[in-house]
Write a protein that binds this ligand. Sequence first.
Ligand code: I24
Ligand code: DGL
Length: 270
Amino acid sequence: MNNTQPIGFIDSGVGGLTVIKEAMKQLPNENMIYLGDTARCPYGPRPAEQVVAYTWEMTRFLMKQGIKMLVIACNTATAVALEEISKELPIPVIGVIASGTRAAVKATKNQQIGIIGTVGTVNSQSYEQAIKSRVASATVFSLACPKFVPLVESNQTNSPIAKKIVAETLQPLQNKKIDTLILGCTHYPLLRPIIQNVMGKDVQLVDSGAETISEVSMLLDYFSLVSLNTPEPGKLVCYTTGSTKMFDEIANTWLERTDIQSKQIQLGDA
Ligand code: I24
Ligand code: DGL
């Protein structure tokens, strides 16, 4: 095993770039491959079986590229496909749910934890089970926020409309006495300032994607897979199932780069 092999990242679209941004900060030596299934995004409203099938298609593509570790950067895909995929692959597979859970359990003082995500993530009850299996006395309040992804994707992250929708959607969590709220979706870190404002400063927000990269860093050491002392920074190669032009615009803006040129690939019926 050569440690300059890339780490693979898969997501339903461009949202997983929030995880890549954190990876570039914490793991600047690592080569990375990102695959976003933008042609079939969003995964959030889709049936679980379909998300499992799509996630397998992305996984097979990256396995052919010789990755040393797979990060399922999408919460919806992690919720329904991580268990099966990690059982079958010969390399470590990391999702975004376990790390978010550990961080929330560490942060909470009153064991009242909220989790927000897509319909698929919330219906799977994956976060709830992960938290309760660690801390049986914890109370978990799960809330699907199906309006948040379209909000971010229409460039509304700080508009009056965004504030109104976030406040209305999070209303059911207001009287629950939660002191910790897990942002269980790739897109929600972009709404973080508004979410914080709506929930109040005493509620700690946990960014599952960012927490995941801290654990990826630890796991690379554990499996002796870390790329050390490279002469040059790691390279990021991006693939998309949709428009490369739109992918590149968002990726270069978000990552403050100018050189990202994604390649288009075909998966299943995408
Ligand atoms: N943010 C996201 N998705 C989009 C978007 C956005 N359009 C504007 N912004 N579009 O996700 C999804 C539609 N697809 C169509 C097919 O090609 C790819 C895109 C959140 C991105 C998180 C990194 C707003 C926006 C932006 C640049 C950076 C960040 C951001 F344009 F939120
Ligand atoms: N990436 C998805 C997630 O984290 C959000 C977008 C989608 O619904 O596909 O759950």
